[in-house]
Ligand binder design. Sequence first.
Ligand code: 5GP
Length: 194
Amino acid sequence: MSEIELLKTRILKDGKALPGNILKVDSFLNHQLDVMLLHEMGKEIAARFKGDGVTKILTIEASGIAVASLCGLVMEVPVVFAKKNQTANLGGDVYSASVESFTHNRTYNICVSKKYLSSADRILLVDDFLANGRALLGLSQIVEEAGAELVGAAIAIEKGFQGGGDMIRRKGIRVESLAIIDKMDDEGNITFRA
Ligand code: 5GP
């Protein structure tokens, strides 16, 4: 089975579609981690961005870190995660952006220490989900602020019906999603894009 089929099969087997367009995947991606599956996903993402000269992966805490780490392992590049609301801890010398949270229904700041991104970097953004695209937008603003090159974004699960992916692609950013969900209903039925 291909990496993508493995992920889709797992979503159908263990994912729970909750009211409010939330897909719960706690048993393998968001609470318990199936690192073997994450490793396979990392290989697929690495293959898609092979030859693009990625020097660093940027993700957002907490749930992006797992998939980003396995990508970093396969691609042999460091992984940086943007922190939420910790500007003071990082000493103020940070790149920051504000992000509206889809799952928590509020706005928060994300920041990355200037020590870990530079204008020489070629950045791949990685996250677990793409919904309205706010997290990716905030991360791409940080890359821009650092003067680094944005190579693209790799996503485990894109909820295509929420439009964030289209919005980000319209900005000219390459987005590679391993599974794109076109439809999800309250009875738990999930339809993938072919
Ligand atoms: P966006 O910023 O694209 O609207 O939402 C992406 C972020 O919200 C991701 O970092 C992810 O953590 C969270 N998220 C969005 N939709 C879902 C979902 O259906 N399930 C889970 N578990 N997280 C989601």
